[in-house]
Design a protein around this ligand. Sequence first.
Ligand SMILES: CC(C)(COP(=O)(O)OP(=O)(O)OC[C@H]1O[C@@H](n2cnc3c(N)ncnc32)[C@H](O)[C@@H]1OP(=O)(O)O)[C@@H](O)C(=O)NCCC(=O)NCCS
Length: 185
Amino acid sequence: MKKEYIFKSERLGFRNWNETDLTEFSKLNADMKVMEHFPKPLTKNQTAKLIQRFKNHYEKNGHTYFATDILESGELIGFIGLAFQDYKTDFTPAVDIGWRLKKSSWGNGFATEGAKKCLEFAFNQLKINYVISTCTEKNYKSENIMKKIGMEKIGEFDHPELNEYPEYKKCVCYGINKNVWQQNL
Ligand SMILES: CC(C)(COP(=O)(O)OP(=O)(O)OC[C@H]1O[C@@H](n2cnc3c(N)ncnc32)[C@H](O)[C@@H]1OP(=O)(O)O)[C@@H](O)C(=O)NCCC(=O)NCCS
């Protein structure tokens, strides 16, 4: 089936979500290894609600945590994308860049390739001026992507929505503005 992409990188296609993504995305969200840095894996029902939230976010804002496919095979590998975050901290509200990929796709540079393209989309197409990214302090793989795409560390913070989960509460935040991004090209 030919898929419609909002934009593409060399190996990946970025699109809005649809109901046929539920089975694959549920598997990924139920995988304990993928969800190691989150309080709990997701049930199928929670994944269905998440897909709906991502779809609604795209309709409203023109961006979301995009469904991300390998172009060559059409395989859905997870999400890479942008979403508005307004939990209460010194650096929010802001547009966040984030990623979650199925384990079999790790180690191919997909997250970094996709994140670079999403930043380009944010700055050039959406005319967003500043993008943040956050992860728990032990999620080194994720923090490494932030560094590789040129983001700078803003600091550490206690995530206000993770009060019930002390082991996930300590997080790091990175940011990048359009000028710095352009200078790094
Ligand atoms: C974090 C996550 C997205 C990383 O995915 P990934 O695609 O493996 O990440 P990267 O793009 O950094 O690629 C990893 C490695 O692939 C290697 N690689 C192989 N082929 C490559 C290529 N063609 N181009 C670039 N890198 C390549 C690189 O060596 C890179 O390692 P490096 O850090 O030494 O440069 C993934 O582990 C994940 O989904 N984790 C669970 C969810 C999660 O925690 N999300 C973040 C929550 S805040």
